[in-house]
Design a protein around this ligand. Structure first.
Ligand code: DGI
Ligand code: FE
Ligand code: FE
Ligand code: FE
Length: 188
């Protein structure tokens, strides 16, 4: 109980209020999706709660973590938007004593996705798109797909992110394309 309070306040201290409300939304949405799709609801909630742990850190602090842990050059030379998920997966181990690989992977891949995503990874990634505070064109489509078919929801979500990145002339990280192709080729 006291542990739970400490966990909440430590995560809250890493970010501004709006990001914290998003974090709570992802945690609750991930729990609901886990109940719906047969994953561990406690793990899903915790992974959702931790997923954006580093999101509001200064980029230099995230870069330090990535360099110290030898993360790939394509990540360090690529879009800084991706850093918080890979840094977060490292930092929750050192600062929050998280050792569960399922939770660590769900945080690591919550932004990019990857091929062969686990159920928990999919749940956190979809929850990140559809939590109640999210408003963007197309979110209702993803919400309704998520109530029917998690893979369809995630394919739709990643597909719209890829389109958005291309429209803005931004790079698409290879793992995002691999995730998208993997999901689409598995759909009926
Ligand atoms: O941290 P959040 O804002 O809650 O959400 P996120 O971690 O899913 O996404 C962070 C941003 O990363 C999102 O606005 C799109 C951007 N982004 C940049 N390059 C890529 C990318 N997202 C994906 N999936 N793949 C990319 O290559
Ligand atoms: Fe994120
Ligand atoms: Fe996301
Ligand atoms: Fe998020």
């Amino acid at each position: 109980l006291n542990d739970r309070e400490a966990l909440l306040s430590q995560v809250r201290a890493q970010m501004h209020e709006k990001r914290y409300q998003h974090t709570l939304g992802v945690a609750e949405t991930a729990r609901q999706l886990a109940l719906q799709y047969g994953a561990d609801p406690d793990k899903a909630e915790l992974a959702g709660f931790l997923h954006d742990y580093c999101k509001c850190w200064p980029v230099e602090r995230m870069r330090d973590v990535l360099i110290r842990h030898d993360l790939p050059a394509d990540l360090l030379n690529g879009d800084k938007e991706l850093w918080h998920s890979f840094a977060g997966a490292i930092v929750i181990q050192t600062e929050m004593n998280v050792s569960d690989p399922d939770i660590i992977q769900a945080v690591r891949y919550h932004t990019t996705g990857r091929d062969g995503m686990t159920l928990l990874e999919k749940i956190v990634c979809v929850a990140d798109y559809i939590e109640p505070n999210r408003i963007f064109p197309g979110v209702e489509t993803i919400r309704s797909l998520a109530s029917q078919d998690l893979d369809k929801a995630l394919a739709q979500a990643l597909g719209s992110t890829i389109q958005h990145l291309i429209q803005q002339k931004k790079t698409v990280y290879p793992l995002t394309l691999l995730a998208y192709n993997d999901l689409v080729s598995g759909l009926d």
